[in-house]
Design a protein around this ligand. Structure first.
Ligand code: PBG
Length: 324
């Protein structure tokens, strides 16, 4: 007779749930949200069915509903008008500008909401790059000064967690020092540690109209073939004072999530990016996949790989499912 029958642990729903090794909770999620100018605006992102760009008034309503569903952390991204973009991303420091105004307003209305912000030049840059472009090159150290000021401005507007997504060398340490000098010793840094030059950001760039005007992001974002490089990036971010390390995208990089999880004692986050969302939505809309099941299975895989924090456009849909 067989003494080891693994199927015994699968024989009923109760037992299956009891022996489950990985469980998703709405608390695991950070919900990315897009803010636009105006009032009464809720515009769907074409390549991301179910995801909208909200004017601030409606964004507040959206956040209120999400809080009621148990989502507590939000990553806010601004879609800036082309006329406000310039080489130096000046608009990112404008206290009266869309982004900083939105942050303080959200914080004022919902002090209990945890706000994550994005530090990179691309939404405000006329070049569409995350760093400063000079003679066709993305210059590292001059970019740091801009990013440092951006981080301080965001912290001043209520950001709880700063998310540098730019992949410049040394930015975590630089931003940490700038924040500390300005008195924001309590503001956290969630570093986009292993951010790959990925095709899966396409729909996000549609949402913000932030695609690079020339070239690609391969001189700063990581080569998709590399794993060791993720260890180098993680060691730097760890030593420079990052509080959380992130891998991005998530699904095509589950091995990298596990690699960082096994090698660093910090919490690991993963960004289930726009393209990963779009693929499941598109297949579901065509009737080719059960969208809900594919969503849960892929989110579970991200947590099983080692990420305890998941940034995902599915956050709201998942929270709703949990409530049922
Ligand atoms: C910009 C930024 C990007 C994303 C988050 N911050 C795009 C990029 O690097 O081109 C992508 C998020 C997504 O695809 O969901 N620094």
């Amino acid at each position: 007779m067989l003494s080891r029958r693994p199927r015994r642990n699968r024989k009923s729903g109760v037992i299956r749930e009891m022996v489950e090794e990985t469980r998703l909770s709405t608390k695991d999620f950070i919900f990315p949200l897009f803010v636009i100018e105006g009032t009464g605006k809720k515009v769907e992102v074409k390549s991301m069915p179910g995801i909208f760009r909200f004017s601030l008034d409606l964004l507040l309503k959206e956040i209120e509903e999400c809080l009621m569903l148990g989502i507590r952390t939000f990553a806010i991204f601004p879609a800036i008008d082309d006329s406000k973009k310039d080489k130096y991303a000046t608009e990112s420091l404008n206290g009266e500008g869309l982004y900083l105004r939105a942050l303080s307003e959200i914080k004022k209305r919902f002090p209990e909401a945890c706000l994550m912000t994005d530090v990179a030049m691309d939404p405000y840059s006329s070049d569409g790059h995350d760093g400063l472009v000079k003679d066709g090159q993305i210059v590292n150290d001059e970019t740091l000064e801009i990013l440092g000021k951006m981080a301080v401005a965001q912290a001043g507007s209520g950001a709880d967690i700063i998310g540098p997504s730019d992949m410049m060398d040394g930015r975590v340490g630089y931003i940490r020092e700038m924040l500390d000098d300005a008195g924001y010793t309590n503001t956290s840094i969630l570093a986009y540690t292993a951010k790959y030059a990925s095709a899966f950001y396409g729909p996000f760039r549609d949402a913000l109209d932030s695609a690079p005007k020339a070239g690609d992001k391969k001189t700063y974002q990581m080569d998709t073939a590399n794993r060791n490089e993720a260890l180098i990036e993680a060691e730097l971010d760890y030593n420079e004072g990052a509080d959380i390390l992130m891998v991005k995208p998530a699904l095509a990089y589950l091995d990298v999530i596990r690699l960082l999880k096994d090698n660093f004692p910090l919490p690991i986050a993963a960004y289930n990016v726009s393209g990963e969302y779009a693929m499941i939505k598109a297949a579901a809309q065509n009737g080719w996949l059960d969208g809900e099941k594919a969503m849960v299975e892929s989110l579970l895989s991200i947590k099983r790989a080692g990420a305890s924090i998941i940034l995902s456009y599915f956050a709201r849909e998942f929270a709703q499912l949990q409530k049922q």
